[in-house]
Design a protein around this ligand. Structure first.
Ligand code: FMN
Length: 198
């Protein structure tokens, strides 16, 4: 079964970007995907700020990413970029941590003018982590995300539709459910026998 890790990069206790991410996780789970969720609250601030790689929370995060097929990451727009909290969580991943992963970024902001801000700022970080494929992200403004009396977040229908389309694309880019790695020697032998073509 494919495994997807979600990461919320918002420091807010009541977070729109995390609400959007939760909706994505819900849609993935409905598709039979195993979802493992991480938020800033899963990490002691000290461990992140001092990059304590040996901290159990950081090891758990690294392990989860290593065994996942995809990552859905959400962030609020802060000062025309992604949040600093998100950066410190990504900083403790090893080099090439996303080599086998497809990534879907989600972002929320107060202004439609910053629609591309996260793409411009986050994309280079994901590329530095060698993400196999980064999908075009979903951006929602605060006006498109409304808190309900019961504490849930209501997405504007257009945002929910775009999220469903993005998740279909995301799943289509997971070619190797279960993270099956080809052994180079075995691949060579199979190529010689003509059982595999590239
Ligand atoms: C410190 C700070 C900086 C912000 N900077 C921007 C910004 O540059 N552009 C923007 O559109 N919204 C900005 N906002 C608004 C947030 O991006 C927006 O409210 C977002 O939905 C918050 O997400 P959250 O609830 O997940 O934290 C800022 C908010 C804060 C608190």
């Amino acid at each position: 079964m494919p495994v997807v890790v979600t990461l919320s990069g918002s420091p807010s206790a009541r977070s729109r970007s995390q609400g959007l991410l939760n909706r994505a996780a819900q849609v993935l789970a409905q598709q039979g995907i195993e979802v493992q969720s991480f938020t800033l609250a899963d990490f002691p601030a000290e461990a992140l700020l001092h990059a304590r790689f040996e901290d159990p929370s950081i090891k758990a995060w690294q392990d989860a990413v290593a065994h996942a097929d995809g990552l859905v990451v959400s962030t609020p727009v802060y000062k025309a970029a992604y949040s600093g909290a998100l950066k410190v969580i990504l900083d403790v991943l090893p080099e090439r941590a996303l080599t086998h992963h497809v990534v879907l970024p989600l972002a929320t902001g107060g202004s439609p003018a910053h629609m591309l801000a996260v793409d411009y700022s986050l994309q280079p970080v994901l590329t530095a982590l060698k993400a196999r494929h980064v999908l075009g992200g979903i951006y929602a403004t605060d006006k498109e995300l409304t808190w309900q009396d019961d504490g849930s977040l209501l997405l504007a229908p257009e945002i929910d539709d775009r999220l469903h389309v993005a998740i279909s694309r995301f799943l289509a880019h997971i070619p190797n459910p279960g993270h099956v790695q080809l052994d180079p020697d075995l691949l060579h032998a199979q190529l010689r026998l003509g059982r595999v073509s590239l």
